[in-house]
Design a protein around this ligand. Structure first.
Ligand SMILES: O=C(O)COP(=O)(O)O
Ligand SMILES: [Mg+2]
Length: 225
């Protein structure tokens, strides 16, 4: 048995439109105008606090300024996040089929995302793929989050697997860095939220354009179920 760990945003789902909605709804409470996906996308990937802080900085607010109540702003941000979770978010092509195929092949599957934990199961449930995964980790589930390797190592321990018998699949450098730190092979999905240059600087073991390419890669490396 082997474990495949999936990133969520930019890997299983394209949540960009709803993340833009969330940012804009939260910023409108501070009186700021809407911004587009080209600005918001690079802010995503290191968790919601980093996303909110980037949005505030863009609008000229120092999130660490002594007079600014970041925790209150974050609570409102999470409220809007929950309200805008599945409006325009889509499942990427081939995701359902590939997860089903990998499950049938005997792989354990898990999600490791920097998205807040409370939104992970509802989002997967919305697309009917929640039950494919034996474990879900969000960005606030542990003290560490990607690119720290600990969440991946935590999942490996949870399933009783050695890291070299696990694999990571993600769309950003944070996924590659976390996998490298954990000693796990990693597949990089092109076309997610990470830029092409990111994968040049942080190359995964394989670059794929769709999850449908995963089973062939997995059968080539040594973690075969
Ligand atoms: O919420 C984020 O920062 C990104 O989440 P991801 O780790 O699923 O890409
Ligand atoms: Mg991602």
């Amino acid at each position: 048995m082997a474990l495949i760990i999936f990133d969520l945003d930019g890997t299983l789902v394209d949540s960009r439109p709803d993340l833009v909605r969330t940012v804009n709804a939260a910023m409108s409470e501070h009186g700021f105008a809407s911004v587009g996906p080209e600005l918001v996308t690079p802010w995503v990937g290191r968790g919601s606090r980093v996303l909110l802080a980037a949005a505030l900085r863009h609008h000229g607010v120092d999130p660490q300024a002594p007079g600014f109540d970041f925790e209150a702003a974050f609570e409102r941000f999470l409220y809007h996040y929950g309200q805008n979770l599945t409006i325009d978010t889509t499942l990427y092509p081939d995701v359902s089929e590939t997860l089903a195929q990998l499950g049938e092949q005997g792989y354990e599957l898990a999600v490791c995302t920097n998205k807040p934990e409370r939104f992970v199961a509802p989002l997967l449930q919305h697309f009917g793929i929640r039950d494919r995964f034996g474990a879900l980790l969000g960005g606030d589930s542990l003290p560490q989050r990607k690119p720290d390797p600990e969440p991946l190592l935590h999942l490996a321990r949870h399933f009783g697997e050695r890291p070299e018998r696990c694999a990571m699949v993600g769309d950003s450098r944070h996924d590659v860095e976390a996998a490298r730190g954990a000693g796990m092979p990693v597949a990089g999905l092109r076309g997610g939220y990470g830029s092409a240059e990111e994968f040049e600087l942080h190359p995964p073991d394989v670059l794929i354009d769709t999850l449908a390419e995963l089973p062939a890669w997995l059968s080539r490396i040594t973690i075969a179920a």
